[in-house]
Design a protein around this ligand. Sequence first.
Ligand code: HEC
Length: 191
Amino acid sequence: MLLGILLATGLGWVLFVWMPLRKLGPTAPSGAGAPFGRVAVGAEVYAANGCASCHTQVVRPANLGSDIARGWGARRTVPSDYLEDHIVPLGVLRLGPDLADVGERRSDVRWYYRLLYDPRAIYPGSVMPSYRYLFARVPLLGTPLPDSLPLSGRDAPPPGFQVVPKPEARALAAYLLSLKRVPPTEAGKTP
Ligand code: HEC
C-alpha cells in the first residue's frame, strides 16, 4: 500500500510538476513588465470586443508554420511572454493576421484609429468589422483636435463636426502598440 501511495504521488509530481516545468522552460518574466494603466484597460477592450475571435497572439516556431516568414514576429512566442499578463487572448482562429508583435510592425497610433474606425478604408473588402462606436462625433470648434481622424469620402463627418477616439479606442490603440516581443536573448532560452 505504501509503495502504491508513493508511486501515485511520485507519478503525479513527475507528470504535473516536473514535466510542465521542463517543457515551459525558464518561468522568469520576460522583462517587458506587467501591463498597467491605459494598456491594461486596452487589453480589456480587446477582450470585450472579441478581437481574439479572428486574431491570435501566438507566433509559431519556424518549423511549425510560416508565421515568422510572414513577418508576424522575429521569433516564436515563449511562455514567459505572457507571464505578467492578466488577460491572455491567445485566440484559436486566424481570419486576420497574428497580433503578438503588431506594435513592432505598425507604430503609428493614427493608423490604428483609422483601421478601427473603418477597416475597409485600409483593406478594401476586408471582413474585419468596423468599431465606430469606439469613436465620438464632436463639433469642430476652430482647428481640429490633435487626434481627430483625417476622414474623407463616405467616412467624412458632416461639415462642422470631427471624429475623435473615445477613451476605449485610445486604450485599445495603446494596447496594440504595446504588443511587442522583447528580443530572443532576453526572453529565455526556450527552443
Ligand atoms: C471578423 C474577423 C475580425 C475581427 C472580429 C477583428 N479583425 Fe482585425 N483583421 C481581420 C482581418 C481579416 C485583417 C486583415 C486585413 C484584411 O486583409 O482584411 C485584420 C487586420 C487587423 C490589424 C492589422 C494587422 C497587420 O498586421 O497589419 C489589426 C491591428 C487588427 N486587425 C486589430 C483588430 C482588433 C483590435 C480587433 C477588435 C477590436 C479586430 N481586429 C477584430 C479580421 C478581424
